[in-house]
Design a protein around this ligand. Structure first.
Ligand SMILES: Cc1ncc(COP(=O)(O)O)c(C=O)c1O
Length: 391
């Protein structure tokens, strides 16, 4: 007999294969030596944060200023929110103020505060597959239900498919660009078409733009600003990836000034941020961000690794959509069964995450958050497995 709730128990059961893979990875490293195991499973930045950020933290920690560690307004320090609002206004041309911005405990905290503010039991949230699996749990946390819509072959948005699943219960759509797991950046044209579709509806459907990878783009490509062409956009994001500080848990919600009831959403999220127990985003990190909000890690090493991995895999014969952002590749598996293929890669010491876990079979996700030589040394193993199944 378990005292754990049925829902959480079932989720634990379903998520157990991810845990199993981590355990398997640790076991293999102990057995074969860690240089013979190529672990591409975890999206944890391996670079250190920029020195300017570290220096700002040191100055703040050494400061004698009183009240630095106290409670504050639940939405966060007005000064930090004003800095973010200014950046948002510059990027979008819209008139964001500190009352459109709420500091949160990472993007995960932002998404949960917003979903709690928006959803009634049974409400539906459209999610584009492949997708970040936590969305299902986050939506479920607040009584909602996710409705999956497949993206195209090249992982672009298919507006017709989205239109086909909208019901009177549809409350929101989560857009994640640059995307985890594909690295794809959705085109401005497709986002504007989605904006047009939503304008044609009678009901308000909020677009939640989950964009923690926004600063990590390659080849000079920039991710489009959703609030420019989708009126009801709320951004839920963080500096986890842009500054390589995922453990520090600092992010924000930015509610578009074009939403008629923006103030009501701001008040609702301030309340949910408080009552979910976050209370407010970490004080120290809000003060750091006020100084370095525009800073980004050097993305050159990620782009170089993207090139090595993409060129290496496509030369072998893998079919890969070239990612222009984030730090993942999502190659097609040469056999339909991605779980079986991930198993074959594992025999070569290569650990990947099957696409099934992201709602798109026939693919595996690999991450670029590894040293460059791990990618280079893994390629012969990728080749042997490719040849084996193609023989
Ligand atoms: C698509 C996506 N959204 C949200 C998050 C959560 O970000 P945070 O660490 O800021 O909560 C992640 C983390 O990997 C992610 O990949």
């Amino acid at each position: 007999m378990s005292s754990v709730s049925k829902a959480v128990g079932e989720n634990l059961q379903r998520a157990s294969w991810i845990r199993k893979m981590f355990e398997e990875g640790a076991r293999m490293k102990a057995e074969r030596g860690s240089d013979k195991v190529f672990d591409f499973t975890l999206g944890n930045p391996e670079v250190e944060p920029p020195q300017a950020l570290i220096d700002t933290v040191k100055t703040l920690v050494a400061s004698d200023q009183r009240g630095l560690h106290s409670y504050m307004p639940n939405a966060g320090y007005p000064r930090t929110r004003a800095v973010v609002a200014q950046l948002m206004s510059k990027a979008t041309g819209l008139d964001y103020t500190e009352n459109h911005v709420l500091m949160t405990v990472g993007a995960g905290g932002a998404l949960n505060a917003l979903l709690k503010a928006l959803l009634d039991p049974g409400d539906e949230v459209i999610v584009l597959a492949p997708y970040f699996v936590e969305y299902g749990f986050y939506v479920g946390n607040h009584g909602g239900r996710i409705v999956l819509v497949d993206t195209d072959e090249d992982f672009g948005i298919n507006v017709e498919r989205i239109a086909a699943v909208i019901t009177p219960r549809t409350k929101a759509i989560i857009i994640n660009s640059p995307n985890n797991p594909t690295g794809v950046i959705y085109s401005e044209a497709s986002l504007c078409r989605l904006g047009d579709l939503l304008e044609s509806l009678e009901q308000p459907v909020t677009v939640i733009s989950d964009e923690p990878y926004k600063a990590l783009t390659f080849d000079g490509v920039k991710a489009p600003e959703l609030p420019k062409c989708i009126r009801r956009t709320v951004i839920a994001t963080s500096w986890s990836k842009a500054l390589a500080i995922p453990g520090e848990r600092i992010g924000y919600l930015a509610i578009s000034p074009k939403i008629p009831e923006a103030r009501q959403i701001f008040d609702a999220c301030t309340f949910t941020n408080r009552t979910l127990g976050f209370v407010n985003a970490p004080a120290l990190w809000q003060n750091v961000i006020a100084e370095v909000a525009e800073l980004t890690i050097d993305i050159t090493p990620y782009q170089e690794k993207r090139d090595i991995f993409y060129d290496g895999l496509t030369t072998i014969g893998y079919d890969v959509v070239k990612p222009h952002g984030a730090f993942y590749l999502f190659p097609k598996t040469p056999i339909a069964d991605d779980i079986e293929f991930a198993g074959l890669l594992k025999e070569e010491g290569i650990l990947t995450v099957p696409g099934t876990g992201f709602g798109r079979k026939g693919h595996v996700r690999v991450t670029l958050t590894v040293p460059r030589d791990t990618i280079e040394r893994s390629l012969p193993g990728f080749e042997r497995v490719f040849r084996k199944v193609s023989a």
